[in-house]
Every structure is written in C-alpha cells, then in structure tokens.
Design a protein around this ligand. Structure first.
Ligand SMILES: Cc1cc2nc3c(=O)[nH]c(=O)nc-3n(C[C@H](O)[C@H](O)[C@H](O)COP(=O)(O)O)c2cc1C
Length: 313
C-alpha cells in the first residue's frame, strides 16, 4: 500500500506470521524502463532473494498504461529477481487516473487485456503475473468483462478489490460481486476489501466462495490479522495481540528504520500507524493524542513505552 506498507512495515507484519506473500507499493511506469535504483528503493528485498526477513515472497506491483513499456519493466523486474508481477488497475488517485493509469483502465477492458498479454509474454512462465482490479470505474456493469479480460489475457490469478473507483474506500465492500466473479472465472479470485477481523474473513468467504484473500488496511490496524486468519484456517484458537506487544512492534520498527531513515520521517510513520491502530486499540488513541504535539520520535518512544505499563495497571 503506497505510503503505508514499505519494506519496514512488510518485515514487521510478515514477521508476525500468516502471510503467503506480500506486494510492494506500486512502481509507476510511464515511458521507459525504470532504473534499477527505483526497483531497489521500492523493493529492497530484491537484494535478499525477494523475501522479507521472515522469508515471505515480495511480489512487485507495476502501474502504468502502455503495454510495451509495462512488459519491458516486468521483464526487468523478473530479471532482478521478482517472484511475481502484479499489475495495478485499481489506484483511484486523480493524478494517476489522468494519465490513464490505475483505475482509469477499468473503463477499457481491451487495454487491460493488451497489457496483461504483453506482460505475460515478456516474463518467464514460472513467474506468476496477476492483476489487481476494482469492480469498475463508476458502476459495476462491466465487472465481469473486466474480470474476463484479465483471465483471457493469461493472468495467473486476479485480486478483486470489491469496490468501484467511485466507491473509494467506503464500507461496506461489495462482497457479493466477488461471488459473481468467482463463479464466472476459472483462475483463482482473491477477495479484497473490508476484511478487518476474523468475523469479516468468515463472512467474506461465505458470501464470495473465494478461497484466497488479500488484507488491506486491516493488516496495519490489526497487525496480527494474517496470523489470526492462518490460525482459524488451521483450527487453532485466534487470540488477538495485546497492546504491549503492538506497542513493542512500533518501537522495533522505529529502531530498524533509525539506521537509515531520518528521525522526522520515522516519527511521521509511527504517528500514521498509531492513527490506523486507533480503529482497534483504544491505547493507540491515547498514545496518538499524547505524541501528536511532540517533535521527534525519541520523545514519543517514552510514551509508547509507558503505555505498556498503563495497560497492565
Ligand atoms: C494508503 C493506501 C495505499 C494503497 N496503495 C495501494 C497500492 O499501492 N497498490 C494496490 O494495489 N492497492 C493499494 N491500496 C488498496 C489496498 O491494497 C486495498 O485494495 C484496499 O485498501 C481495500 O482493502 P481494505 O478495505 O481491506 O483496506 C492502497 C490503500 C490505501 C488505503
């Protein structure tokens, strides 16, 4: 997730467990093959077998609209070691959409087909090529056409964010549409949108009939969500992570970042994460209120540390 799940967050979350794979923030492709440094910046894991520290594969996501340039970039990403290529047809950003990228392409299933065909042909067959789509741009009428375009072009699987572009990130996601698409395709359909807890996971599977899911914001606001889901799949109890453990995760991530990243940026990231954790942990709200007017992470760290003791008090 752009601006939210970078390599530090990927290491932190996959380290908790439950993930089969994760995806980079998108690599924006316009009219040329992006330099190696761009791929390494967005996916430093390429230097370590394209896996996170916990050996979870990291798939590279590309965003663009030109089939040939996307294919060249996909081939290059594969050469650098990407274990999978995902194509973004869901980004709602106005800047991206104005250049016919991301969700704007949902209006053109034929172009989606051309892009996926070109990328599939350019990448060794052992490397999966997938697409991340929404249900449409401003309506769902073409959802099945879009999904068929993805399948017919040779994608290995499709991740469906169960909203239109115009829906943005509004709840509820339209899980019933995942079912329509899942029944119409033969490739795996990965369900995405509004899976924020175990109950959502169960209901989404029941409504959609999908076997695989991708978690989004829920992965950040409930850091052990993937592990809880994995436990559920294995018939194990799904005990939720306590606040002291979550608080420690934040501090560990900040510590890791501190060797290469400026304190101001680390502080911004920790505030951003606290803001998302507020959805699930009242302690995060308290910490957020206390740290928001500070100026650096070193001060905020004391607040995170003492929030653990308050939890036990
Ligand atoms: C801040 C933010 C950044 C995102 N960046 C990306 C991205 O780079 N690529 C992508 O495929 N989806 C991206 N998404 C969409 C999520 O992957 C996911 O499809 C969406 O949030 C729906 O799932 P959710 O309701 O569980 O969050 C982003 C979402 C958010 C909130």
């Amino acid at each position: 997730m752009e601006g939210l799940v970078d390599n530090y967050m990927r290491d932190t979350l996959t380290g908790i467990g439950g993930y089969d794979a994760c995806v980079t923030e998108f690599v924006r492709v316009v009219d040329k093959v992006m330099p190696k440094k761009v791929f390494y910046r967005l996916c430093p894991e390429l230097l370590t077998s394209a896996t996170t520290e916990s050996a979870t594969p990291v798939i590279i996501q590309l965003l663009g609209s030109d089939p040939i340039v996307l294919a060249e970039n996909a081939a290059y990403a594969a050469e650098l070691g990407a274990p999978g290529i995902d194509l973004n047809f869901g980004c709602p950003s106005k800047i991206v959409n104005r250049k016919s990228g991301g969700a704007a392409l949902l209006k053109e299933p034929d172009r989606i087909h051309q892009i996926i065909s070109a990328v599939r042909a350019a990448v060794p067959y052992s490397i999966p090529v997938s697409a991340k789509i929404r249900l449409g741009f401003d309506h769902t009428d073409a959802a099945l056409d879009i999904a068929h375009a993805v399948e017919d072009a040779g994608a290995s699987y499709v991740v469906v964010h169960a909203r239109t572009k115009v829906d943005g990130y509004k709840a509820p996601a339209r899980w019933e549409w995942l079912g329509h698409i899942n029944r119409a395709l033969t490739i795996p359909v990965v369900a995405n949108g509004d899976i924020n807890n175990i109950e959502d996971y169960r209901r989404c599977l029941e409504i959609s009939g999908c076997k695989n899911i991708m978690i989004g914001r829920g992965a950040v606001s409930r850091p052990d969500l993937a592990r809880q889901i994995r436990n559920e799949q294995q018939g194990q109890p799904c005990e939720a992570m306590s606040w002291p453990d979550v608080s420690q995760l934040l501090m560990n991530m900040a510590q890791k970042m501190s060797t290469t990243v400026a304190d101001k940026i680390i502080f911004g990231r920790i505030k951003q994460w606290l803001a998302m954790l507020k959805r699930e942990y009242p302690e995060a709200q308290n910490c957020f209120d206390e740290v928001r007017n500070l100026s650096c992470f070193s001060e905020a760290k004391l607040i995170l540390e003492s929030s653990k003791e308050k939890y036990y008090a």
